[in-house]
Write a protein that binds this ligand. Structure first.
Ligand code: 8IG
Length: 272
C-alpha cells in the first residue's frame, strides 16, 4: 500500500489490517506488550526473550523502512522468559518525515489492534540537566507536545493525566533506584533546537528534548494501553553542551550505553 493510499484509509482499519498481517506471519494471535525501539535501544530486543518471528517493516501494511541511521527496520515477535508475547517495533516513523501524523502513530495503533495492553516507548534525546551525561537513561514522567499537532482527529477529548504510568515507573525504580525522571518535550525537528529554544524548553518545565514519543504516547492512551516511556540522553541539548551536536555523537553514546540500558529495559519488561 502506498502512503497516499494509506492516508485515505480509516487509521483504525489500517491498524487492524496490519495487526492481522502480523498475526498471520508470526503465528501469534495476540501480543501482550509492544516495545518501540528508539536511538540506542536496539539491543534490548535480544535480551527480553527469544525472537520467534522477524518481519521486515516494509512488508507490513502501512509501515515504512526506517529513515534514520541507527534504527532497525524490523518488527519482531518475542517470547519473554515470563511467557509474555512482545511485539518489538524497530521502525518508527518520525513526524519530520512528512508522512503525516497517522503514519507516525500507525505502529502504536497496530500494537493495540494486535492485543497489546502495555506500550513501552524508548528514544534517544537531548538532555537539559548537566548532571545527565550522555548514556544516562531517564524515565519520562510527563511530556510537553511542541509539535502543534495531535494524532487524534475530530472531537476526541482524551485525558492525559498520569499518561506515563506511575505504576510502571515504580517497577523501573525497583530495578534501578538511581533512575532519574524528567519531562520530555517533543519538537518537530528534524533540525536540533537553537540554544534559545533549549532555554525556552527549560523554562516551561522540560528536562529532555526529542523528536518522537509524545505523539505516540497520546495515541497509546487513546487506544487504551498503559504507557511507559524511557529516554536515553545521548547528548546535552544545544547550548547546554559546549560543543555542537552531531548525529555521530548520538550514535556513539547509544553504542556505549547499549548493553547497560538493554539489560535495564529487559528487567523492567520482565516485571510488567
Ligand atoms: I538523539 O538534542 C537526539 N534527538 N529535538 N534535540 C532533539 N532531538 C534529539 C536530540 C536533541 N538528541
Amino acid at each position: 500500500m502506498s502512503n497516499t493510499e494509506f492516508l485515505k484509509t480509516d487509521p483504525f482499519e489500517a491498524a487492524r489490517a496490519a495487526a492481522d498481517h502480523i498475526a498471520q506471519e508470526t503465528g501469534v494471535d495476540q501480543h501482550d506488550v509492544a516495545l518501540v525501539l528508539g536511538s540506542g535501544w536496539s539491543g534490548a530486543a535480544d535480551l527480553i526473550g527469544d525472537t520467534t518471528a522477524t518481519l521486515s517493516a516494509d512488508e507490513v501494511p502501512g509501515f515504512h523502512a526506517p529513515a534514520v541511521a541507527g534504527h532497525v527496520g524490523t518488527i519482531r515477535s518475542v517470547l519473554t522468559a515470563g511467557g509474555k508475547r512482545a511485539l518489538v517495533l524497530g521502525a518508527r516513523t518520525h513526524y519530520y518525515e512528512g508522512k503525516g501524523v497517522r503514519s507516525v502513530v500507525h505502529g502504536v495503533r497496530t500494537a493495540a489492534a494486535a492485543g497489546c495492553k502495555t506500550l513501552v516507548l524508548t528514544n534517544g534525546c537531548g538532555g537539559l540537566n548537566e548532571d545527565w551525561e550522555p548514556g544516562t537513561p531517564v524515565l519520562i514522567s510527563d511530556h510537553i507536545n511542541l509539535t502543534a499537532t495531535s494524532p487524534l482527529e475530530g472531537a476526541t477529548f482524551v485525558d492525559l493525566t498520569d499518561l506515563y504510568s506511575s505504576r510502571i515507573r515504580a517497577l523501573a525504580r525497583e530495578v534501578d533506584p538511581t533512575l532519574a525522571e524528567g519531562v520530555y518535550a517533543q519538537f518537530s525537528g528534524p533540525h536540533y533546537e537553537t540554544p534559545a529554544e533549549v532555554q525556552y524548553a527549560k523554562r516551561i518545565g522540560a528536562d529532555l528534548v526529542g523528536m518522537s514519543t509524545a505523539l505516540e504516547a497520546i495515541a497509546g492512551r487513546h487506544a487504551g494501553m498503559e504507557v511507559f516511556g524511557i529516554s536515553l540522553v545521548t547528548n546535552l541539548a544545544a547550548g547546554i553542551s559546549p560543543v555542537p551536536l552531531s548525529h555521530a555523537e548520538v550514535l556513539d553514546a547509544g553504542q556505549a550505553a547499549a548493553a547497560r540500558i538493554s539489560k535495564l529495559l529487559a528487567q523492567i519488561i520482565g516485571r510488567l
